[in-house]
Design a protein around this ligand. Structure first.
Ligand code: SF4
Length: 170
């Protein structure tokens, strides 16, 4: 697939973390159209269709934006069902939120000792992150031991001005 210079320049405007996804989506649309060259207009149309909703910050200041960080080790065996069920039904550690809340991130710590946390919280701050929940798997002494780095992870998040809540579905 060929890209015009203008199309490539337009693609550069997309945030780095979604750029390759956006590129694939645009190429797929152009191919479906029976063409072999991506133009600037294709990129603009693709951006509007596939990613603009994710780039835009909501202007509603009444919405609380939350994220969950969970244990990288436990993520090998858990897809996060209980965390999402608790959030969707506003149970346990999510019970006080009501309707004006958005889950804008669900990520793993990146492995001991939580190397990914700072970087991903910084990204979420660009989308007005308010609260990070430390997943229940980090706090419980269950099939896996509780996270030995939880205090450092909490401090890292709080130092960025973000509230931390211990737990999700317990
Ligand atoms: S830092 Fe904690 S949460 Fe992350 S992998 Fe290690 S034990 Fe799990």
């Amino acid at each position: 697939m060929q890209w015009t210079e203008e199309a490539l320049q337009e693609l550069e405007k997309a945030p780095g973390f979604i750029r390759s996804m956006a590129k694939k989506a645009v190429e797929k649309a152009v191919k479906k159209d029976g063409r072999q060259e991506v133009t600037r207009d294709d990129v603009i149309a693709g951006r509007e269709n596939y990613i603009s909703f994710a780039e835009k910050k909501s202007s509603d200041k009444n919405i609380t934006r939350i994220a969950v960080v969970r244990c990288d080790t436990v993520s090998e065996v858990c897809p996060g069902i209980a965390c999402f069920k608790a959030f969707n039904n506003r149970r346990q550690q999510f019970k006080d939120y009501g309707d004006n809340v958005e889950m804008i991130g669900f990520f793993t710590c990146g492995g001991c000792s939580g190397r990914r946390v700072s970087r991903l919280v910084d990204k979420l701050l660009k989308y007005d992150l308010d609260v990070v929940h430390l997943s229940s798997c980090m706090t419980l002494d269950d099939d896996y031991l509780p996270c030995p780095h939880i205090d450092e992870i909490r401090k890292t998040i709080e130092s960025k001005g973000v509230k931390v809540v211990a737990g999700t579905h317990h």
